[in-house]
Write a protein that binds this ligand. Structure first.
Ligand code: CP
Length: 310
C-alpha cells in the first residue's frame, strides 16, 4: 500500500522522481499533461474520495481537476456529510470506503485521524493537510524552486514566522531533498523539535536565528505562511501572536537585505499586510502563484505514484 502521509516515510528516490515527473507533466513531456484532451487516462475507471474537514481552495480544486484530467472521478465530502461526523468510527469509515473507492484524500485536524484512516484502509490515503503537516504543499514548493533555480540540494532555505504545519513538512523535505534550513521566528513558535531533529539526522544543516536581517542575507529561498493557522483561528491569543510575529513580516525593507536571485514563496492563502506585504507577494522575487499552480502538477505525480500508474 503506497500511502502519501508524510515525507519522512517515503523513499527519497521516489520523492525525487515525483518532482521530476511533475516538472515533465507541466512542460508537456508527459502524456498526462494534456489533461482533459489526452487519450492517456491513467486514472480511467478510478474513483477518489476527498474528505475535507477544513476549508480549502488550492488543495481541493487542484486535486479535483488533476484527478479528472487523469481520467478519474471524484467524490468531495466533509466529515459532517459522512456518518463519521455522527458517531461512526474512523476505522469503520476507512473499511467501508475501501470497498467502493480507489484512493482517499483527507484534510483533517489531528494527525492521529489521518493515521487511523490509513491503518484501516485497503486503498492508498493522501494527507491533504493536518494540524501538524502538509506534505503535498512541500512537494509543490520543492518543484517550484527546482523549476526556477535547478537542484535544491544544499541550497539555503529560510522560514520566517510561525513554525507551523507547512514548516514541519518543509523540514521533512529538507531531510529528504538535502537542503539546509534556517528557522527565524519567536522562540514560542519554534517548529516542533522532532522535525528539526529529523532534518539534522538526515544531514541538513539546521539553524535557528532570531534576527531576520541576519537570517535573510544568505537565503536562496525565503518562505512564510499565515500567522494564524486554520486550527488556531478562534484562539484568544491571536492578537498576542500577531505582536510577537510582527518583526518577522516579509516586507520590501527586509527583502532588500536578501540576495537578488533569492526567491520568495508563500503557500497561500496570504494575509496581505500581516505576514507578507503586497509589494513582496506581487514582486519579482515571488513565485507564490507558480507554487499554487504546481500543486496541480505535483499531485498528479503523487496520485500516479500511489496507484502505481507511473
Ligand atoms: N496552500 C493550501 O493548502 O491552500 P488551501 O488551504 O486553499 O488548500
Amino acid at each position: 500500500m503506497k500511502h502519501f502521509l508524510n515525507l519522512n516515510e517515503i523513499d527519497s528516490n521516489d520523492l525525487i522522481h515525483i518532482v521530476e515527473q511533475a516538472i515533465n507533466i507541466k512542460n508537456g513531456q508527459d502524456k498526462s499533461s494534456k489533461g482533459a484532451l489526452d487519450s492517456n487516462k491513467p486514472l480511467d475507471g478510478k474513483v477518489v474520495a476527498m474528505i475535507f474537514d477544513k476549508p480549502s481552495t488550492r488543495t481541493r480544486v487542484s486535486f479535483d481537476v488533476g484527478i479528472k484530467q487523469l481520467g478519474g472521478q471524484t467524490i468531495v465530502l466533509s466529515g459532517s456529510d459522512l456518518q463519521l461526523g455522527h458517531g461512526e468510527s474512523i476505522a469503520d469509515t476507512a473499511r467501508v470506503l475501501s470497498r467502493y473507492i480507489d484512493l482517499i484524500i483527507i484534510r483533517t485536524f489531528d494527525e492521529s485521524t489521518l493515521y487511523e484512516l490509513a491503518q484501516n484502509s485497503n486503498v492508498p490515503v493522501i494527507n491533504g493537510l493536518t494540524n501538524a503537516t502538509h506534505p503535498c504543499q512541500s512537494m509543490a514548493d520543492v518543484m517550484t524552486f527546482q523549476e526556477h533555480r535547478g537542484s535544491i540540494k544544499r541550497k539555503q532555505i529560510l522560514w520566517l514566522g510561525d513554525g507551523n504545519n507547512v514548516c514541519a513538512s518543509t523540514l521533512q523535505a529538507a531531510g529528504q531533498f538535502n537542503f539546509d534550513f534556517t528557522f527565524c521566528g519567536p522562540e514560542t513558535l519554534d517548529p516542533n523539535h522532532s522535525y528539526l531533529d529529523y532534518a539534522k539526522r538526515k544531514g541538513s544543516n539546521v539553524t535557528i536565528v532570531r534576527d531576520p536581517i541576519k537570517a535573510i542575507s544568505n537565503a536562496d529561498l525565503i518562505m512564510t505562511d499565515t500567522w494564524v493557522s486554520m486550527h488556531e483561528k478562534n484562539n484568544q491569543s491571536s492578537k498576542t501572536l500577531d505582536n510577537q510575529l510582527k518583526p518577522y513580516q516579509v516586507n520590501s525593507e527586509l527583502m532588500k537585505q536578501s540576495k537578488k536571485e533569492a526567491l520568495f514563496m508563500h503557500c497561500l492563502p496570504a494575509h496581505r499586510g500581516q505576514e507578507v506585504t503586497s509589494d513582496v507577494l506581487d514582486g519579482v522575487q515571488s513565485k507564490a502563484f507558480d507554487q499554487a499552480e504546481n500543486r496541480l502538477h505535483v499531485q498528479k505525480a503523487i496520485l500516479r505514484w500511489c496507484l502505481d500508474v507511473l
